[in-house]
Design a protein around this ligand. Structure first.
Ligand code: 3PY
Ligand code: MG
Length: 254
């Protein structure tokens, strides 16, 4: 069982790095950090189709599960990222049952979905045989639907009940923008906190994964207290800049 799946099976929070920097060298170093997974962000991060495939090469053979956030509606690439060896896909802006069905369909094989067969690269990256991969593909690769609009919240239960949707991933910035109708995000603010709590508890009650995006430790603690067990933390650009600043600040003469 991979490290992400192990955390979820044990009901322990899996903390994922969030990577926007499309560089396999950087990712090979991130692979040595104590994150439970690394998420490669194609929606707002600078990850591309090519960098996701090379990023998986830098991470998966080192035992680091890879999660890919695809751009809006790019369900074709959800399948391809899984074929490259990703363990989970996050799809942004899943607002309706139809969105959720199309997403799950691309991630899951029959009888759940219609993922097309072609896993040579995944078997090499994950060090498994074709038979081993296929035996657990529909259960071990996760399809996480981003809930980040008022419409998605209204459809939360129905989206969670779509066969092949393994959980929901809370996008707190867009959620606050949509709920407050204000382009200034109020991440995990007063107007959305109870929605976030409801989302986490509703997913858990259905035996599905509650996942969320966080950029600071208080937010991680908050969503953890609501039952979220896949939590992304920060950005790779800030790991680099903050880590550097912490080290430089230790110099007494500066
Ligand atoms: C959001 O908070 O809206 C996100 O999509 C996180 O990246
Ligand atoms: Mg968003």
């Amino acid at each position: 069982m991979n490290r992400l799946a192990r955390c979820l099976a044990d009901d322990r929070a899996a903390i994922s790095a969030w990577s926007a920097i499309p560089d396999p060298l950087y990712l090979s170093i991130l692979a040595t950090c104590d994150f439970d997974a690394v998420t490669l962000d194609m929606q707002h991060g600078m990850q591309t189709e090519a960098s996701v495939i090379s990023g998986i090469m830098a991470l998966a053979p080192r035992g680091k599960p890879v999660v890919v956030r695809i751009p809006v509606g790019r369900f074709d690439f959800a399948s391809k990222a899984l074929d490259a060896g990703a363990h989970a896909i996050i799809a942004p802006m899943i607002n309706t049952v139809e969105d959720a069905r199309a997403f799950a369909g691309a991630c899951k094989y029959i009888p759940v979905g219609e993922r097309s067969f072609g896993i040579t690269q995944a078997t090499h990256m994950l060090g498994v045989s074709q038979d081993e991969y296929l035996a657990t593909a529909n259960t071990d690769t996760l399809a996480l639907a981003m809930i980040e609009t008022r419409e998605a919240v209204d459809n939360l239960e129905a989206i969670l009940d779509v066969d092949g949707i393994d959980g929901v991933f809370c996008g707190p910035a867009d959620l606050s923008i949509s709920v407050r109708q204000n382009i200034m995000p109020d991440v995990y603010g007063d107007d959305t906190r109870s929605i976030v709590e409801h989302m986490g508890k509703t997913a858990r009650a259905r035996g599905k994964v509650a996942a969320a995006f966080c950029t600071d430790v208080p937010a991680v603690e908050l969503v953890h207290s609501f039952g979220y067990r896949f939590i992304s933390y920060g950005f790779d650009s800030t790991y680099l800049s903050k880590g550097t600043d912490v080290e430089l600040a230790k110099m007494s003469f500066r």
